[in-house]
Design a protein around this ligand. Structure first.
Ligand code: SAH
Length: 231
């Protein structure tokens, strides 16, 4: 599965993708994650410098060029809207000559993301382009032109689509055979539970004893699975 992420902030992904199971999945080439920054596709005419006080570059002398990829919303209203063109170009780059590519655009009013969706995507296995919005969102024509599927990760508004992209990558990846390790490779085939315990058998906290449910210590696999399914 190859994830192609269109984002203004690719650096925000590094710490999460470089840890634990997802890092291993990338190392073992079960998944790949590539980034496309709309800023790199902004037309030269649109490139401008930060107005007002310019920040200093790394060497303390140079100015950091600021390439504008957003503009005021038509019809008025607060905030800025991401322009369509740099995003469409970034998507075209991600698409390359690939024929079958799924395009997802994150939006708080999109269809709710679920484990079922994650499973369907994992089974599709191929190339998925994830478009992350920022500010007040993306010019609506991007969705119309690309016929992108709009996905929301929950009924709350975030400042950007980067966390939703990481949520989707994480959730889809753990559905890919082998990502969770050999033993538990197929998520569908294991009975998992939201209530889990590990050692010690009896945990003492502030004078009180907290025990692991007896059934889990019974060794009776059928009963254990029944218990897990209820939880
Ligand atoms: N003005 C917009 C909100 C923009 S939030 C509105 O009212 O709908 C900025 C960006 O963050 C969005 O374009 C989207 O890509 C992302 N985002 C915010 N919350 C999200 C959520 N719950 N699910 C998916 N993406 C979200």
């Amino acid at each position: 599965m190859n994830f192609h992420v269109v984002t203004l902030f690719p650096d925000s992904f590094a710490s999460y993708l470089n840890e634990s199971i997802i890092a291993r999945a990338i190392r073992e080439k079960k998944i790949s994650v590539k980034f496309y920054n709309p800023r790199d596709f902004a037309p030269v005419g649109k490139r401008s410098f930060l107005r007002g006080k310019l920040p200093k570059g790394k060497n303390g002398k140079k100015f950091i060029p600021y390439i504008r990829v957003d503009d005021k919303p038509y019809g008025g209203g607060p905030g800025m809207v991401m322009e369509a063109e740099p995003i469409l170009k970034a998507v075209a780059k991600a698409k390359g000559s690939k024929k079958k590519v799924k395009i997802i655009l994150f939006s708080p009013s999109g269809e709710k993301f679920t484990t079922k969706k994650a499973r369907d995507l994992a089974h599709m296995s191929g190339d998925v382009i994830l478009i992350c919005g920022r500010y007040e969102g993306i010019d609506a024509r991007v969705q119309k032109i690309l016929k992108a599927e709009e996905i929301s990760i929950g009924d709350y508004v975030l400042t950007g689509g980067e966390l939703p992209a990481m949520v989707l990558i994480d959730s889809v990846s753990r559905q890919i055979p082998g990502v969770l390790g050999n033993f538990n490779s197929l998520e569908e085939s294991r009975v998992s539970s939201s209530e889990v315990y590990t050692r010690p058998e009896v945990l003492t906290h502030k004078g009180k004893k907290y025990k692991v449910p007896k059934v889990l210590l019974s060794g009776h696999h059928q009963k254990i699975d029944e218990w897990k399914a209820r939880k």
